[in-house]
Design a protein around this ligand. Structure first.
Ligand SMILES: [Zn+2]
Length: 221
């Protein structure tokens, strides 16, 4: 039974089904996206890639074309990062434009958020977004998670997370990822299963089910 890697930047290895995240600005020739049994894609403009030189409208048009491909199941990662060099107002402009595009195309959004949860919540609150937004690499505490849960957010947990937070996260609101870390996906599953007090096999099944539900892509498993 293949393990779902919800967010990674690397190609799938044996025994994995991955959602590979590509950055539109740095690595997104159309050629990167090829049909493969083990890979789906998410494409977005990372806040680290945003700068004055990036043409927003031209980028959105490319993004729209990529999101129309059946292999591209989500938009992202995109987001807000108060610890990077990109001017925050510019990040916000690109983020808003991307979540609106995802909404219009019916795609969930993978979110990178660093110290900007107040702004993230206010963007979500200010409109009637219906698409799921998943915060990847979530390391927040229980109180923050609860606030985000109330606004409908989902979470993806990588090799580093707060065990107390994962322990109480609703079963249908989280995913598992390696992102850029060298840790094996199986080791992350084992850690999560231990914290959740369940078997790895059950966890694998639950992840597959949740993902099929989220992305309506039942053929992936
Ligand atoms: Zn990432």
């Amino acid at each position: 039974m293949d393990l779902l890697n919800f967010h990674t930047h690397r190609p799938a290895v044996l025994g994995e089904r991955v959602v590979r995240s590509l950055d539109l600005c740095s690595e997104c020739g159309l050629f990167d996206i090829t049909s493969s049994q083990n890979e789906l894609f998410s494409v977005g403009i990372h806040p680290w890639s945003v700068c004055q030189a990036v043409d927003l409208n031209a980028s959105l048009e490319r993004l729209q074309n990529l999101l129309a491909l059946p292999e591209v199941c989500m938009l992202g990662e995109c987001g807000l990062d108060k610890c990077c060099r990109t001017e925050f107002d510019l990040q916000l402009l690109f983020f808003r434009a991307q979540v609106e595009l995802a909404e219009s195309m019916g795609k969930p959004v993978v979110i990178h958020c660093v110290r900007a949860y107040d702004v993230l919540l206010s963007v979500r609150r200010a409109s009637t977004f219906r698409q799921p937004w998943i915060i990847h690499g979530f390391r927040g505490k229980v109180a923050l998670m609860e606030q985000l849960l109330r606004m409908g957010f989902y979470f993806s947990f990588g090799p580093y997370f707060q065990e107390d937070t994962l322990r109480v996260c609703p079963e249908d609101r989280f995913f598992i990822e390696t992102d850029d870390f060298a840790d094996s996906l199986l080791s992350v599953y084992q850690h999560v299963a231990l914290v959740r007090n369940m078997s790895v096999e059950t966890l694998i099944e639950l992840q597959q089910e949740r993902f099929s539900f989220l992305c309506l892509n039942r053929q992936f498993f």
